[in-house]
Design a binder for this molecule. Structure first.
Ligand SMILES: Cc1cc2ncn([C@H]3O[C@H](COP(=O)(O)O)[C@@H](O)[C@H]3O)c2cc1C
Ligand SMILES: O=C(O)c1cccnc1
Length: 395
């Protein structure tokens, strides 16, 4: 049996973790504020429109009032966080692109040249780029910093600030097809770095879009989704950056092997405390950027900041966050319905109804950034519209 043959049954049993098992203590997450939501609902009934005519935007405004605890939420200072890391599993030929693209894209985010940079600009969001563990030495970035202008002249919302930060957990993970991706301490460190990032660097953001970059990470997302939802690997494994059907089938075999090698092929049953189990799944078949994003979701929720889930990789991070602390669930908001097949399974598991479907299959937080405009428009209309009394319109 060759180590390079992902179809051969793995010859490794679930690996003992050599490092001590540090505790995970997710921050307390406040309850939905029903009074703020009720006040928002009352206000909606007074605004100058037929009741219900703004459809889902009305429901979103009411939900966001309950989440933020503010009857007239503004979602000021929106941000996109793009966490980047590398994955040992790329050596198995699961991506259409080489690992070095992760590092190169980090520079592209830093200088505003990525798709998500353009979308963030349109919706007026700042971008926080986090190196969570790109392979090789820390990435030296020149040219990152504030956008060139506060007010754009071309009708866009203005160039947001771009900041690049180092929260490296390691230099790429190990190959999940033969054992755990990382140590227990690294999994805990990734989650903690995310919580810390949310509560410090993203503390002023009214809403946060979750983005990622990491060649090979749709394989990681598929393994996490299968492990956390019990879905069949074939159902949650897609083409990612665009591999052909033959390579996708190989990718399915790699995911199956990873689950078996890590003792995760027995369904999603849990026999212990939820946070500990979730961290174990992250350690075995996760990635540094996924753990960091899960931590960002937990930290944002603790501060009553809603987070917008993007595609299948961001969705895997949302599943991890939800498995670590189920209280995070109301703070996880949908954006698009992604083309990667595991995304629908994730949205279903998290009970999220997508806002739109543009056939996006990019990641980076592109769909989540785009959805910021809908969330902000829902809140802006709720806050800015005149009531019938104010406008002197008789009903
Ligand atoms: C130039 C480029 C820009 C990207 N931006 C996001 N991704 C996306 O593709 C990668 C996952 O797909 P896979 O698992 O097939 O490698 C991630 O980096 C993801 O964010 C990109 C990929 C490429 C090549
Ligand atoms: O849905 C995603 O997040 C996705 C899809 C393809 C490639 N990278 C990410």
């Amino acid at each position: 049996m060759s180590d390079d043959d992902p179809v051969a049954s793995p010859d490794v049993s679930p690996p003992p973790d050599p490092s001590p098992a540090p505790d995970v203590s997710p921050p307390p997450i406040p309850d939905f504020d029903a009074d703020a939501a009720d006040a928002a609902r009352d206000r909606q009934a007074e605004l100058t429109k037929p009741p219900g005519s703004l459809g889902r935007l009305e429901d979103l405004a009411v939900a966001l009032a309950g989440l933020t605890g503010d009857p007239r939420p503004t979602l000021a200072d929106p941000a996109v966080v793009v966490a980047a890391a590398d994955h040992g599993v790329v050596d198995r030929g699961v991506s259409a692109y080489p690992q070095r693209v992760t590092r190169a894209m980090l520079r592209n985010f830093a200088t505003g040249g990525a798709a998500v940079s353009a979308i963030a600009e349109v919706v007026g969001a700042d971008t926080l780029v986090v190196d969570a563990g790109v392979a090789g030495p820390p990435v030296e970035i020149d040219g990152a910093g504030d956008g060139t202008a506060d007010e754009a002249t071309d009708g866009t919302a203005g160039v947001g600030a771009i900041e690049v930060v180092d929260e490296r957990i390691g230099s790429g993970t190990d190959d999940i097809a033969t054992g755990p991706a990382m140590s227990r301490s690294e999994a805990v460190a990734a989650l903690s770095a995310g919580v810390r990032t949310a509560r410090t660097r993203l503390a002023d953001a009214g809403i946060v879009a979750l983005g990622e970059m990491g060649i090979g990470n749709t394989t990681i997302a598929a393994a996490l989704t299968a492990a956390l939802t019990g879905a069949d690997p074939d159902r949650v494994t897609g083409p990612g950056t665009g591999v052909d059907e033959e390579t996708r089938a190989h990718k399915v075999a790699v995911v199956e092997r990873a689950l078996a090698a890590n003792g995760l092929d027995g369904g999603s049953g849990s026999d212990g405390d939820e946070a500990a189990d979730a961290v174990e799944v992250l350690r075995r078949v996760g990635g540094y950027e996924v753990g960091l994003l899960a931590g960002v979701a937990l930290g944002c929720a603790a501060d009553r900041t809603p987070v917008v889930v993007d595609g299948a990789v961001s969705g895997a991070a949302a599943l991890v966050a939800d498995a670590v602390a189920g209280d995070v669930r109301p703070y996880l908001l949908p954006s698009h319905s992604g083309a990667e097949p595991g995304h629908a399974v994730q949205l279903d598991a998290l009970d999220l109804e997508p806002l739109f479907d543009h056939d996006l299959r990019l990641g980076e937080g592109s769909g989540a950034a785009l959805a910021l405009s809908t969330y902000r428009a829902a809140c802006r209309s709720h806050d800015r519209m005149a009531t019938f009394a104010e406008a002197g319109i008789e009903r």
